[in-house]
Design a binder for this molecule. Structure first.
Ligand code: FAD
Length: 447
């Protein structure tokens, strides 16, 4: 398994010209390739003459592939279908606007610090794709490899992190086990002698970091559109038509649209959308909240997390602290959470960084998580011919966006899983091959 991804290198690939697979020359000819020259040219007109980054097409009668969900995973899938497989007769159907789902709601953390065989190569491939992404899709997504530091507070936890760090290194992934003094040097403002959570050290992945989340949606959307993919916003899928065990198309609020293949990438709505195809999945929907503080001077130049109290934080380029913690802990489709979790997250944050008690919270919001029973995702074909499934990202799916789209595109194009997503088969729950990274069993609200 490790060989299969170590041989792949996004940076080594010759990137085809974005227009090379294009089907709509007249419609896309107004779209520009971003460069220092286009920036300079547009600065002379006060940046008022930029062309739209993608078209607003009406749906065609039929497509080779339809993707349900214009979030990060759906858009990335369409992009890689066109770029890697030359399949451009594709539509992405999004019931809201691009970025209205979790892709625009997450706390922007990326990393590949996983322990288990199924996860480790997949997430490392994702990080490799992040590393070349902006050049690849010609869009500034503010990929910032500022490091991700996970704190530990006890000897057993240090042993667990040493094990995880060693597993990462065996797979060629960077990791460093830091002692207390090394952590203090990086982040002197942490509460080292906290009575409940005294800090003993941390596991650092320097190549981890943050990415501007909505920039990812826009970059993939633009890159897919340039290659001829139709991105159709405000188009809700309300039914899936299946005849003789084969997918025929989808019912939408814009009418029926036929397709040869259908990929579901609806994240928190997966349960509802899969039910349209008569499938009941091992997925629960939970709400997760995120928070941003008022802007403060540069203070935190990495991402810091701790699992025992559960808090993760980074500082945005505007100066706000972006942070989050646990799920709300009950099933919901509401994109907002409740006060007990707000209190819990803030308490956990103040326990880790006492100084943030003096900062005001500016905003909070929620997103709906598709929580799987083992905490790991599903990228697979289904029992219905032409129907493919991408879900179960829990609250860590943002970092997976490039690899998820890349593998899902492969699975749809070739009608079989790539080696990287073969462990993420749906039938692993029946076969007993679960990928229980956190070791908490079938308890979705703990993943
Ligand atoms: C608060 C919060 C913090 C998070 N923090 C992180 C983090 O720091 N790092 C990390 O790796 N992950 C994080 N995540 C998780 C990550 O954001 C998600 O796992 C990931 O974004 C899910 O994939 P997506 O981008 O495709 O989802 P979405 O953006 O939700 O895309 C799914 C889309 O499907 C559309 N849809 C649903 N039903 C239909 C339908 N019937 N017809 C048409 N369209 C439909 C929805 O409108 C939505 O736009 C966080 C999530 C939240 C909410």
């Amino acid at each position: 398994m490790s060989q299969s991804y170590q041989n792949l290198s996004p940076g080594d690939k010759t990137v085809p010209h974005p227009l090379s697979h294009c089907r709509h020359p007249t419609e896309v000819s107004t779209l520009v390739r971003y460069s220092v020259f286009s920036l300079l040219k547009n600065s002379f007109s006060g940046h008022k003459n930029w062309a739209p980054a993608w078209r607003e097409p009406q749906p065609k009668k039929e497509y080779d592939v339809i993707i349900v969900g214009g979030g990060g995973h759906g858009l990335a899938t369409a992009y890689y279908l066109a770029k890697e497989h030359g399949i451009t007769n594709v539509a992405v159907l999004e019931k809201g606007w691009l970025g209205s789902g979790n892709i625009g709601r997450n706390t922007t953390i990326i990393r590949s610090n996983y322990l288990l065989v199924g996860n480790n190569p997949f997430y490392e491939w994702s990080l490799k794709l992040w590393e070349g992404l902006e050049q690849d899709f010609n869009f500034n997504a503010m990929v910032s490899q500022r490091g991700v530091l996970n704190l530990y507070h006890s000897d057993p936890q240090r042993d667990a992190y040493a094990r995880r760090g060693n597993a990462m290194r065996l797979d060629g992934v960077d990791s460093e086990l830091l002692d207390r003094e090394a952590v203090r040097e990086m982040a002197p403002f942490l509460s080292f002698d906290n009575a409940r959570f005294p800090i003993m050290g941390g596991l650092l992945q320097r190549r981890g970091g943050t990415v501007r989340h909505d920039g990812v949606a826009w970059g993939y959307a633009r890159g897919a559109d340039l290659r001829g993919v139709d991105i159709i916003q405000n188009c809700e899928v309300t039914g899936i038509r299946i005849e003789n065990g084969k997918v025929q198309g989808v019912e939408t609020n814009k009418g029926y649209i036929g397709c040869k293949k259908l990929g579901l990438a609806a994240a928190g709505n997966t349960g509802e959308v899969a039910a349209m195809a008569g499938m009941k999945l091992p997925i629960e929907s939970h709400v997760l909240q995120a928070f941003v503080s008022e802007g403060i001077k540069p203070y935190l130049d990495t991402v810091i997390t701790y699992g025992v109290g559960h808090f993760y934080v980074s500082q945005s380029d505007k100066g706000g602290l972006v942070f989050g913690g646990d799920l709300d802990g009950y099933n919901s489709y509401a994109r907002r959470g409740n006060m007990p979790t707000v209190e819990h997250v803030i308490e956990a944050g103040v326990a880790m960084i006492p100084g943030i008690a003096r900062i005001r919270v500016l905003r909070s919001w929620g997103g709906i998580m598709d929580m799987s029973m083992d905490g790991s995702p599903i990228i697979d074909k289904t029992h219905v011919d032409g129907l493919y499934l991408n879900c179960g990202w829990c609250y860590g799916g943002f970092k997976a966006t490039p690899a998820s789209g890349w593998c899902f595109a492969h699975t749809i194009a070739k009608n079989e899983a790539h080696a990287l997503n073969a462990p993420y088969r749906l039938d692993r729950f029946r076969r007993g091959y679960m990928i229980d990274e956190k070791g908490v069993g079938a308890t979705p609200n703990l993943h």
